[in-house]
Ligand binder design. Sequence first.
Ligand code: BG6
Length: 488
Amino acid sequence: MFHRTLDPFPKDFLWGAASAAYQVEGAWDSDGKGPSIWDAYSQIKGNTFEETDGKVAVDHYNRYKEDVKLMKEMGLKAYRFSVAWSRILPKGEGEVNEKGLEFYENLIDELLENDIEPVLTLYHWDLPQALQDRYKGWESRQTADAFVEYCRVLFERFGKKVHYWITMNEQNVFIPLGYRWAGHPPAITDLKRMYAANHIVNLANAKAVKLFHELVPTGMIGPSFGYGPMYSYSCDPEDVLAADNGDMFNNRFWLDVYCKGKYPKFMLKQLEKNDLAFEITSEDKKTLAQGKPDFLGINYYHGGTAKQNHFETGKRSDKSFSKVDPYLMQAEKNETAPEEMMFENSSNPYLKKTEWGWEIDPVGFRITLRRVQAEYDLPVFVTENGLGAFDELIDGQVIHDPYRIDYLKKHLLEMQKAITDGVEVIGYCAWSFTDLLSWLNGYKKRYGFVYVDRNNQEEKELARIPKDSFYWYKKVIETNGTSLQEEE
Ligand code: BG6
């Protein structure tokens, strides 16, 4: 669809940036905080990149005022952050830690005083270790109940101050990485257990949404999903069918549950045939049906390309995906994996890649937004999008990151085209505001608008230094996006 002119961004568009507790806060055991599964997992040698952990991270816990001041200087309209569950309930359930609540209350107040809308994520992967030990984490329905009680504490305390809430961050990433690929805690490699745990998270999500609607009727809540559009490798109908399977496997298996309250039938049947079915009680069906969100959070990095699977063609065609990519859950050489019968991943000859091997695909962003709008018809909040790169600090004072500006600009223009097409996008949070700890890549892979002067080995002074992209985004916000076209 070609537009001679693009619609302006909505007047109250939420220009934002994002972070997650474990990746920025540090203060891992301060003021009564209990350990999370990431605190424990990162202490085992070999689990993380160069043994990096979140003990100090970028010390946002102690420097949040300085960080909010920079947000204000940038003109940010929204800041997405997550709450560390084990700061609020050190054992995951039971006694509430007032000091933990105070920290988030202070942060929220600081944001509001500076006219920045807080966007609160309830779960960004840092499950309290106590729940892992006591209930086997997300493998137990008791963890779902504990999650709902944790949410209740936050809804009651912050329901009047925070309008936008995110339930689960990228369930489609933390579940496979935690229970299938052993790349995240609890580092399990068991497909059957993975699908069962995933169902429990779906229940937790739906129950939290339902409770939110009862306690905070004026607010808005939704999950943040890591969406990757699936392309067909060719116009061979067999490849088109494969891409449809890929979309069902990677996207609709989660999004249908969130937005339509039930699993896609084809996928359930596929799991049954592979002896991977999980228990869904009639009570569960009711619960899922009651968890419809108010908006859909979309995290967009890249999509994938599918061709007919090798069982049908009788040969393996493309070996380019040798590693596990969290956005393309493709089993490698594991012929019992359900997706092996459905499609085969291929690299896309039209797309370049980042320094970290992720495809760069701004048009895919527009496709993403249009597809989710067409299928689920909810307002969309882009809760993550950004470029991970090596940044160089020059003379201790400047960081020139034209590659990041180019990446963001292309994505924002495609988002504006999607808005012009008719997608209702309410906000956009770039990943990330400051540099932060990458779960599996330490401090080498940077995403921030603000450089944080530390590396994997040394914390140094943790000085904050705005990058060129900081000033560029500031102008985008100031002009409500019109500068995006002027700069051409
Ligand atoms: C998303 C997560 O998957 O991608 C973030 O929600 C994460 O927490 C981001 O940091 C980038 O991932 P990575 O591996 O490049 O740091």
